[in-house]
Ligand binder design. Structure first.
Ligand code: ATP
Ligand code: MG
Length: 349
């Protein structure tokens, strides 16, 4: 009899668990990552492609393409990037693309099934203030409860850095600097600059075109080179890339151009950090300046932590750390936040 009782008890628990799914989504300019309470994770490029005409649609056998697949077939598609310069684009087509993309990532982790779903969506910090309503509106039918939070705050939550911390989230469209002090950040706690990954890419195109007037390089090419070789400060080795020119391949040295383009984002980061420290409670400024975290794809620029510390030496110093999981940190933080919210909270969302 005792055994029977035991079986009954253990089989009841998972049923209850499987009826609720917590979801964290990092909805970024460049990539969208999702992480769920049943342990699934996915990341795709934030791209949506719609076939340009009936021929394209027949050939591709789809009405919508997402992520890498959309990038691969881009010449046959009208492309949508739902977030630009830190904000959700709010034309009808863009909003539909945003909703399509989020529904698609939910499908990738099998989250479209019939369970109660509670989600936190991390977006660039400006969007978390200015586009909050639009995002909750387009998503309200997909979830039983949904909240929008700023990406750098989600990263801080994932790192467990909730008191006296500064997160510098270097994404594609924006670098968001967020001061975290135990509560959800307010407008004054966040500074955003458009000098981020996309800006580095356009600087790199400009600098290479100035140095080598006979070659033409595209944003896609330089982004690839940057992701392979980005650095600031002293170079470790010469960076040489292959560029097709007419019928031959030219070898170009782009060490100086990579360095200068990557360093172009440093002044705004330093001024943002300095502003958020100087306007903080003086009793805790020391702790804040020694707890600076780099996150987002741009945090992988080699030597950035060291160079920022050097620059901070000129304004009383600081300690800079790097997030170890720039792809999933925001989504994982959003998931943790969703799981930690009291049940009453979701009634009001
Ligand atoms: N190794 C690397 N070195 C430098 N930059 C990199 C590296 N890897 C990725 N990046 C850049 O990081 C940026 C993407 O970062 P991330 O995926 O965090 O952006 P996002 O969250 O989608 O954008 P945002 O936060 O602006 O909305 C791109 O510009 C990409 O080229
Ligand atoms: Mg981001």
């Amino acid at each position: 009899m005792a055994t029977r009782k035991k079986i009954k008890k253990t089989s009841a628990a998972p049923i209850k668990e499987s009826k609720t799914l917590f979801i964290g989504i990092d909805f970024g300019t460049n990539h969208t990552a999702i992480s769920t309470s049943d342990g699934k994770k996915k990341s795709i490029l934030s791209l949506v492609g719609i076939p340009k005409d009936a021929i394209a649609s027949k050939f591709l056998k789809k009405e919508r393409l997402y992520g890498d697949e959309a990038l691969k077939h881009r010449v046959a598609l009208n492309m949508f990037k739902p977030i630009e310069s830190g904000l959700i684009k709010n034309q009808r087509d863009d909003l539909e693309a945003a909703k399509g993309l989020l529904d698609y990532v939910l499908g990738l982790v099998d989250a479209n099934r019939d369970v109660k779903k509670y989600a936190i969506i991390g977006v660039p910090s400006q969007a978390s203030v200015l586009n909050k309503k639009i995002i909750t509106e387009i998503l309200k039918d997909s979830f039983d409860g949904v909240m929008v939070a700023s990406e750098p705050f989600c990263v801080a939550y994932n790192l467990g850095q909730l008191e006296h911390a500064l997160v510098v989230d270097i994404g594609a469209g924006t670098t968001d600097i967020c001061r975290v002090h135990g509560t959800l950040p307010e407008t004054d706690d966040q500074i955003s600059s458009n000098k981020a990954g996309d800006f580095i890419d356009s600087e790199l195109v400009r600098l290479i075109s100035e140095e080598y007037t006979n070659v033409s390089v595209t944003n896609e090419m330089v982004k690839r080179w940057k992701e392979q070789s980005s650095f600031v400060g002293e170079p470790e080795e010469e960076i040489v890339v292959d560029v097709p020119v007419e019928s031959s391949i030219l070898k170009l040295s782009i060490t100086k151009e990579i360095k200068n383009s990557c360093e172009s984002i440093i002044p705004d980061i330093i001024s943002g950090i300095s502003k958020l420290i100087s306007t903080y409670d003086p009793d805790f400024q020391e702790e804040l300046r020694n707890n600076i975290w780099l996150a987002g794809g741009g945090s992988q620029i080699r030597n950035l932590d060291v160079e920022l510390e050097k620059e901070l030496e000129l304004i009383e110093g600081g300690k800079v750390f790097k997030d170890t999981d720039p792809v999933f940190s925001g989504a994982n933080g959003a998931l943790k936040l969703a799981q930690d919210m009291p049940p009453e909270f979701w009634q009001t969302t």
